[in-house]
Design a protein around this ligand. Sequence first.
Ligand code: PMP
Length: 383
Amino acid sequence: MKEELLFIPGPTMLSARVLNAMSRPQQGHLDPSFVKTFSEALELTKYLFQTKEGLPYILTGSGTLMMEAVIVSLLEPDDRVLVIDTGHFGERFGTIAGIHGASVDVIKPELGRTPTLDELERKLSSSKYKALFVTHVDTATGVVNSIKEVASTAKKYDVLSVVDSVCGVGGIELLFDEWSVDVALTGSQKAIAAPPGLSLAVLSKKAFEVMNSRKVPIRSYYMDLLRWKKVMENPGIYIATPAVNLINALKEALSEVREEGLEKRWLRHRIIAEGIRAGIDALGFRFVAEAGHRADTITAFYVPDNRAGELHARLKSQFNIQLAKGLYEYRDMMLRIGHFGIISANDAVALVAALEIASNDLGLTNKKGTVDEAMKYLEKLKP
Ligand code: PMP
């Protein structure tokens, strides 16, 4: 069967090299050659997040595991935290922090927008917060927060910055050291283009100072990031069996990121995002994220008359293209396109052409010329 064009916001399509890495004979988790691969993957994680100072982590478990591990390890009961909620995943940070006993304040701008720096400063100066949680790109809305500005504002108020870059890093710029981020995390199945099942993070020196000066011990075994520190410094140490085959695949995916080079990769993502947005705009569909807040890794748009399900099904049955529906309450009203990982300009052309045909066939629009509009950007990515 021919492979589908997978345009959901993760998992993404995988390269042959990454797929091959998972089909080797099984190794033991303490096999010296696997320990070497794990160490290399950790080193490449530092490159991914652009850090020399931070300590990289790779844990077996999806992105949510790392969100919770960071919260359990950093926060103590009754700590006060601030969450920027630009969509479902900001809200998730708040929910997890609340479950673990923190007092959670939330800034929730209108759907499709990010808070202004004034709003953020007002909130940060109103209380003593231990940490600020922010989603780099919210997968539910396609809204991108300026991490550079948010992290420097948090630092000004001596508040730890914790960034969920699950839908960002590897596709758009994130400079951990330069922007003074304290914790940044992601999942393997997003812009890195590895299979799902691993979560990655980087922690700053300040994050370790906070963990080391806790009054109450970390109330978790598996999610205790201090416990895992010695493994991340020496992957030959056993605490719990890592997903060996996934880490082999991750190392190849991260090597591909390194070989392409982050700056080139960010540019490829930007051009493809611009091409896809130009195509959607040409069809007359409205974006969920407002201009100036649109991410280069995922795009969410409204489908007229709550007919997202029909367009979704038509793209799959006619073109073998898979998009994602809206999350939860947005299920029928929007579609979401994940355009990150190993995606090429050709994939994007196929997507906008299919969107035009399917939307016209279903009577959702009567516009043509989508590919021409998209090509104004995509032609910059000649093979
Ligand atoms: N944060 C964001 C921004 C996400 O997009 C996702 C997954 N869609 C998560 C967190 C949770 O990651 P996972 O599903 O791997 O647990």
